[in-house]
Design a protein around this ligand. Structure first.
Ligand code: PLP
Length: 355
């Protein structure tokens, strides 16, 4: 730490991203990226737009925002496009969280929520998930605090039905409810239609997972126009050109080629169910998932050992060290070939553990 580092930030524990090794080729099942490349139209749009990189991007992302609004069935004033959904999340935390507006979220969820809350000095309460990693909705009904829920949740993969989300939103009219839908395209139900009826609901989503654009950084927030206006005040105080022009053009093309991405999500869901069955037949405990990953543990080998042994064999999965989940690994669903390789290496490791 330098002697110049602000005391305000010195105690922060920053978020730890999944490994992005640059040295060797791994079968990368650790950061929930899509195994499929962007669609042809996205590549063409990105290349076309790259020829104009000397010019700033449109700070309002108007063309993309209108396209997104149309895609979601909401008005353009209800949409904010962002540099990944992480940016949408931190604008929301900055705009809506403070000592008077504390937050509540599950103890096991996206690791950025407590990081942003600490960064912006927002008090928060972490509600323990049930033993089976399900969220108990009763703990969020009439919470009296800003509610933040990833639905489906990460890294567990479990999903709450839309009627439960609506109950939570309805019972907290004086508090914001933020639903993070990073994985909604893999079998969940989007709460976006509810934003037309509830002014306290903000939905955040991303092009990183289901739309093969993790490296482009594109996310969004959808909610009542007043909420979006507040977030724009924060955005224009920090980073007006938040979505670069190549990414914005790619995003428009991605929305135009929805069929391609839907088909990919379908394939990933099929590969997920197949992989879950295979893992169960190997004795794994697998949490039911509506995402592009599985959360699983084996009684025969520790979470850490499995992670390290897979890594030695060229397969990366995500291991977390938090007490409640250290025996698990989060396995991103890739192509069928990738999952076969992952299973083959896993069998090898189990065999060695039993020998
Ligand atoms: C991946 C992820 C995000 C952020 O993704 P971006 O790449 O920043 O769009 C947000 N929330 C959850 C739960 C995620 O898993």
């Amino acid at each position: 730490m330098s002697k110049f580092f602000s005391g305000r930030h010195a105690a922060l524990t920053p978020y730890t991203p999944g490994e992005q090794p640059q040295d060797m080729q791994y079968v990368k099942l650790n950061t929930n990226e899509s195994p499929f490349p962007p669609s042809k139209g996205v590549l063409e749009a990105a290349l076309r737009e790259a020829g104009k990189l000397q010019l700033y991007s449109d700070p309002t992302s108007a063309v993309l925002g209108r396209k997104m609004a149309q895609h979601m069935g909401v008005a353009p004033e209800m949409v904010l496009m962002t540099n990944g959904s992480d940016e949408a999340l931190y604008y929301a935390f900055m705009a809506f969280g403070d000592e008077q507006h504390p937050m509540v979220f599950p103890d096991i969820t996206y690791g950025f929520y407590p990081v942003y809350a600490d960064l912006f000095h927002i008090p928060y309460e972490e509600k323990p998930l049930a033993e089976d990693f399900s969220i108990n909705p009763a703990e969020y009904i009439g919470a009296g605090k800003t509610v933040v829920i990833a639905n489906p949740n990460a890294p567990t993969g479990r999903c709450l039905p839309l009627c439960v989300i609506e109950d939570i939103v309805k019972s907290n009219p004086e508090n914001l409810v933020l639903i993070d839908e990073a994985y909604v395209d893999f079998g969940g139900e989007s709460a976006v239609p509810l934003t037309l009826r509830y002014d306290n609901l903000l939905v955040v989503g991303t092009f990183s997972k289901s739309r093969s654009m993790a490296g482009a950084r594109l996310g969004y927030a959808i909610g009542n126009p007043a909420l979006i206006a507040d977030m724009n005040t924060v955005k224009y105080s920090l980073n007006p050109y938040n979505v670069n022009r190549v990414t914005a053009a790619a995003g428009v093309a991605a929305l135009e080629e929805d069929d391609y991405y839907r088909a990919n999500c379908q394939t990933i869901m099929e590969n997920r169910e197949w992989t879950a069955q295979q893992l169960e037949s190997l004795g794994f405990d697998v949490i039911p998932s509506k995402t592009n990953f599985l959360f699983a543990r084996s009684a025969a080998v520790s979470g850490e050992t499995l992670y390290l042994e897979l890594k030695k064999r060229g397969v990366l999965v995500r291991h977390f060290t938090a007490e409640r989940i250290r025996e698990y690994n989060r396995i991103t669903i890739g192509t069928r070939e990738q999952m076969e390789l992952f299973l083959e290496k896993t069998k090898e490791i189990l065999k060695e553990a039993n020998a």
